[in-house]
Design a protein around this ligand. Structure first.
Ligand SMILES: O=C[C@H](O)COP(=O)(O)O
Ligand SMILES: CC(=O)C(=O)O
Length: 212
């Protein structure tokens, strides 16, 4: 089935920011997610870039009330299925392949596929996907580039991610074709490694009140 827009937008509009997380130690996942939820960011993307990321997703799914755990950096069918089995409520990919979209079409779980060019967006629209990640946002051209896509590709709405910061986020959030932004600045590897839950909560709170 094509993308379920209502369910996908529910994830994208739960808060203005989706934190993108690289979790090495699953024992950190629950206190980290609790800090993010307390700060007002329920949708959290744990990337499959570490060996124990799936374990981290499972622990958040089973233990953190109010969290909407998702898996990022999902590149293929095997990772997609493993992410769902771990309890992911949404899936994110830096790009899109026909094989990844084929497996996503079999499930009613939001997939945010990545796109960075007009042709990539057009391909995804053809496949029934209109709620997308714009990646890597800053490096690909930033808010002015994304604004240029909004008139010719009016059906597509984005979550820009990649180089987005607290300062840059409002430039994206004010665009008609942006529903949220993603980024690692709220809980980077250093903050997670040093158990800086208060700092993560504080940055989450600032992000949760961002407006375009
Ligand atoms: O690979 C990039 C991450 O998805 C998030 O990007 P960031 O660290 O620039 O916020
Ligand atoms: C870029 C991103 O969010 C991902 O790796 O899925």
């Amino acid at each position: 089935m094509p993308q379920n827009i209502e369910k996908t937008e529910a994830v994208m509009t739960a808060a203005p920011v989706i934190p993108v997380l690289i979790v090495e130690d699953p024992a950190k996942a629950v206190p980290m997610a609790e800090a993010l939820v307390r700060g007002g960011l329920p949708a959290i993307e744990i990337t499959l870039r570490t060996p124990r990321a799936l374990e981290a997703i499972r622990l958040v799914a089973e233990n953190v009330e109010g969290a909407i755990p998702g898996a990022g950096t999902v590149l293929n069918e095997e990772q997609y299925e493993a992410a769902l089995a771990a309890g992911s409520q949404f899936i994110v990919s830096p790009g899109a392949t026909p094989a990844l979209l084929d497996v996503a079409d079999k499930h009613d779980v939001p997939l945010l596929p990545g796109a960075a060019t007009a042709s990539e967006v057009m391909y995804l629209l053809e496949r029934g996907y209109s709620r997308l990640k714009f990646f890597p946002a800053e490096q690909a051209g930033g808010a002015s580039y994304l604004k240029s896509l909004s008139s010719p590709l009016a059906g597509a709405k984005f979550c820009p991610t990649g180089g987005v910061t607290l300062d840059k986020a409002p430039d994206y959030l004010k665009l008609q074709n942006v529903l949220c932004v993603g980024g690692s600045w709220i809980a980077d590897a250093k903050a997670i490694a040093s158990d800086d839950w208060a700092g993560i909560e504080e940055r989450a709170r600032a992000a949760a009140t961002l407006r375009g």
